[in-house]
Design a protein around this ligand. Structure first.
Ligand code: PGA
Length: 266
């Protein structure tokens, strides 16, 4: 399957696998091997494909993908450059291991590890300073949605996470809208629900950084993305790709998700 015509999407779609705390080095290498074989048959140059292994497998994955059209992301980082911070890893260490991206502010980190908007802001700054593109996650809980607080929560997370960043810095990042109630539950947001929030996030970017930055930043959707629902989500104007957890663990389903974006690029 080759894509020869111009993309209908304004921004190049990105499909990011978030493996969370899964896969040993050998599991990860097996995944890369299977993926590469399948990607040989489908051209992936119109989509940015990103794998986010646990720290322990980053270097092995980045060596294995070589010059393929696949990039590596870390799932977290610490904002200091180096020093007495037992257990932490800095942006420059991640770049040194082959990362181009880093996921920041995932809801599992916010809710299970107490990450705050202020800490997330420091992490985004240090990632950009270290030449990594942050994949900055935001999203409301079910309770917040039911209390009609979605827009307030999203505005707060976006504004605090990006506080003090220049237009140039903001244009290097990706944002992932991941409603907490959709993560790992099998209950994805509908394309309309997601598009509404994505459009809102883009309008916040436009207010603060102007039209050109707001049109550049890719906004991914995350939360129970599967090969079956990905095309309908990505068809939406403001949905520029997906951050995929469970369905990214098997090469077969991940490759189908990447291929699912092709439907809308034809
Ligand atoms: P899920 O996870 O695809 O398993 O819902 C998404 C995420 O947490 O990034």
């Amino acid at each position: 399957m080759k894509i020869s015509s111009m993309s209908k999407k304004l921004r190049k779609p990105a499909i990011v696998a978030n493996w969370k705390m899964n896969k040993t080095i050998s599991d990860a290498l097996q995944f890369v091997d299977e993926c590469r074989k399948m990607f040989k048959e489908i051209s992936v140059d119109r989509v940015d494909v990103v794998l986010s292994p646990p720290y322990t497998a980053i270097k092995a994955v980045s060596d294995a993908i070589g010059n393929d059209n696949i990039a590596v992301a870390a799932q977290n980082l610490y904002w200091e450059e180096k020093g007495a911070f037992t257990g932490e890893v800095s942006a420059s260490m991640l770049a040194d291991s082959g990362c181009k991206f880093v996921i920041i502010g995932h809801s599992e980190r916010r809710h299970q590890f107490g990450e705050t908007d202020e800490g997330i802001n420091k992490k985004i700054r240090s990632a950009i300073h270290g030449n990594l593109s942050p994949i900055f996650c935001v999203g409301e809980t079910l309770q917040q949605r039911e209390h009609d607080e979605t827009f307030k929560v999203i505005r707060d997370q976006v504004e605090k996470g990006l506080d003090g960043l220049s237009e140039e810095a903001v244009s290097t990042l990706l944002i992932a809208y991941e409603p907490v109630w959709a993560i790992g539950t099998g209950k994805n947001a509908t394309p309309e629900q997601a598009e509404e929030v994505h459009g809102f996030i883009r309008s916040i970017l436009r207010e603060t950084y102007g039209r050109s930055v707001s049109e550049t930043v890719r906004i991914l959707y995350g939360g129970s993305v599967t090969p079956e629902n990905v095309s309908n989500l990505i068809k939406e104007h403001n949905i520029d790709g997906a951050l995929v957890g469970g369905a990214s663990l098997k090469a077969d389903s991940f490759v189908k998700i990447v291929a699912g974006t092709f439907d809308i690029l034809k």
